[in-house]
Ligand binder design. Sequence first.
Ligand SMILES: Nc1ncnc2c1ncn2[C@@H]1O[C@H](COP(=O)(O)OP(=O)(O)OP(=O)(O)O)[C@@H](O)[C@H]1O
Ligand SMILES: [Mg+2]
Length: 325
Amino acid sequence: MTDKVLEVKNLTVHFYTYAGVVKAIENVSFDVYRGETFALVGETGCGKSVTARALTQLIESPGRIVEGEVYYHKNGESVDLLKLEEEEIRKYRGKEIAYIFQDPQSSLDPLYSVGFQVSEALYAHNKVKSIKEGIRKAVDILRTVLMPDPEKRVSNYPHELSGGMKQRVTIGIGISNDPKILIADEPTTALDVTVQAQILNLIKEMKRKYGATVLLITHDMGVVADMADRVAVMYAGKIVELADVFSIFKEPIHPYTEGLLKAVPNPLIKIERLETIPGTVPSLINPPSGCRFNPRCPLASQICRAKIPELEEVKNGHYVACHNR
Ligand SMILES: Nc1ncnc2c1ncn2[C@@H]1O[C@H](COP(=O)(O)OP(=O)(O)OP(=O)(O)O)[C@@H](O)[C@H]1O
Ligand SMILES: [Mg+2]
């Protein structure tokens, strides 16, 4: 697996707020291989969504991408998505890289039928010649995402659908243009457990069918175990460990990853908060010096407070940023 579809280098995003500069993510680097499911995992506020949104310049004011490159590789060519003007990057969003967000409610427009919204996505990327033709195609797309009774549902408005059905629609919109990369940001957090399993299976199925690459964002290690090929663990705006899913679960190296796993005795149980690691995620306005995890780390020593650990490869494909590895 050396066929990279995405190469993220030193991605750094700051938010310029009245309280100060929030250093939301700092020097985040990772590669995503074609066809894999790559998971970004970590506690709330660690920078998962900011990372995902920055990939296609979806950072709004007061945020700014202050540094970094995001190479998108296709047919032997590569383009730095962060160098593109708004008009150019729009051609990539949705068509090459599509998003599914946590809350389907907010990604659907309450004023339009779901058929219209699927159709609009198709029309925007010239997949259909008219909205009318798109609505006919929308029925097929709703069928693909296993929406019950798609002929009828196509003319429903979002408020007439359950949470799971709404998420099926947003997945339908996501896959409507056969994107090469599907970014799913906590796609099941707002859903109950049975529907969550159905939606995750649907994402797997879509991936199998269309061969898309999936970037999956979650704080749920159970979902990671179920879905991911490789995993990047984020803490306070930085990647602290990156490896294939088996190594992450079997041989975690970073004390934070260990804590994250200890906090989930049963991977099927979802957690919002770490019970076994004392302390909380630090402010990103004045993050701790050195390793950002040092105030909570059982192994912290002088060097951890003084020097930022680099993400280094310690075994084949297993990267960790820790002075104590
Ligand atoms: N619009 C904004 N203004 C100021 N700070 C922001 C803004 N958006 C995000 N941040 C900050 O950036 C950091 C990373 O946020 P992000 O949304 O990426 O976290 P996350 O890992 O996705 O968390 P969650 O699991 O809760 O979704 C947080 O400290 C957050 O407060
Ligand atoms: Mg998020």
